[in-house]
Write a protein that binds this ligand. Sequence first.
Ligand code: F6P
Length: 489
Amino acid sequence: MVTRHQVLVASNRGPVSYTVGEQGELTVKRGGGGLVSGLSSVKGDAVWVCAALGDGDREAVRRTGGRLDQADTGGQVVRMLDIAPEVFADAYNGIANSVLWFVHHMLYQTPLEPVFDTEFDRQWRSYEAYNAAFADALAEEAAEGAVVVVQDYHLTLVPGLLRERRPDLRIGHFSHTPWAPPDYFRLLPDDPDGGVAAAVLRGILGADRAAFLTQRWANAFAECCVKLLGAEVAASDDGEMLVTYQGRTTRIGVHGLGADGDFLRERSRRPDVTERMADLREQIGRDRDGNARKAIVRVDRTELSKNIVRGLLAYRRLLDDHPEWHGRVVHVALAYPSRQDLAVYREYIAEVSRVAEEVNAAYGTEDWTPVVLYLKDDFARSLAAYRLADVALVNPIRDGMNLVAKEMPVVSDGGCALVLSREAGAFAELAEDAITVNPYDIGATADALHRALSMDADERAERAKRLAAAATALPPTAWFLEQLDALRR
Ligand code: F6P
């Protein structure tokens, strides 16, 4: 008899991933992040439902029947779904990452895209099938009255589908992205009866509670519900928004995920990090007076919305406008590959490399490399760069939160100055002690970098202390438990 669970999490990417070696052996890699630590703090019975992402994961599902070996998952119960590869590719690459991600981050170059044609229709049907597979698995795994927290834009239809299957459950949905304003959201086919835009909103409104990283994204979601579906919005006694549509009410919550201060402080003091600090120090080098050069650090996925290219252009502008920084500063950019199945992401990495080389060709000297760029994922190196940062550059076009903005002030040894885009969710909590920028404005970003580099050491340390306190106000475990509590109330 199958054990049914009281707490369920559903997300596209699970807490572990597998690769198959040459002899057919499976190697497991465990991920970190908010959900992993949140779920492991749940007392009692919990299960995580996720998708198989690649061949290694599929092989693990084949060998285990889908309930992964708990020796691999650190004791967590994980059910991995082997959704047909073509269906998964359409849903993940086609709809989630090329349509919903683009809409919420407002990434389209609209003269040519999006194009909602027959290919899109096919991909949408796959997205529906992939969401239905999750809803079926959750319905099977959930005990009577269980709490289910569904994560992100991959799974927007799940709350509605799950409610049809199991009206007894308490269902939450959490969006880790921004939410598009109505005029942009309705780029999606927006027929109120059969359109994709309405389906996404209705899917999420199948939840008892739909939550977001900031009030700004929560408001945008509610506005879309009003403008596209004719839903009504009211305020609850405790000040949360209530969206009522077709006689059902969904509560709208905001939980600003914070950095895991304790983990970061401990992890960033380990020997592998110190080793990489020595390497980075050597690459950054010393100025002509023998002082360590200043480091402007950024760490991102090579993600279109992170705005890495404009960051490099702003750094170049800083060097154009302020020759006094020549030989005295280095831009350390760690940009690890992401979503490489999509051509536009591969092209973006190429553009990041090209612009970095251009800056080095224009300004580099025999003993000064102005941009140090790494394109390989290495967590210890990211922490080493955090520790050495004098300035943190976080300039996304649009971002749900941006945890790097929260992590760097916590970890940096000397207390870094933070240059922060006003379009990052983190802006809501960190603006006061950051130097904030319009991410499209190269001149303003260059000025902000100059101000940050010139900031007096005491002021920088004071600001970093306040930034770190704000950044760790809601660490991952508390963030997760807060959502569970709110759902149970
Ligand atoms: O921001 C949304 C998000 O799902 C994050 O939680 C995560 O860091 C990122 O996107 C990763 O995307 P992917 O699973 O496609 O690599």
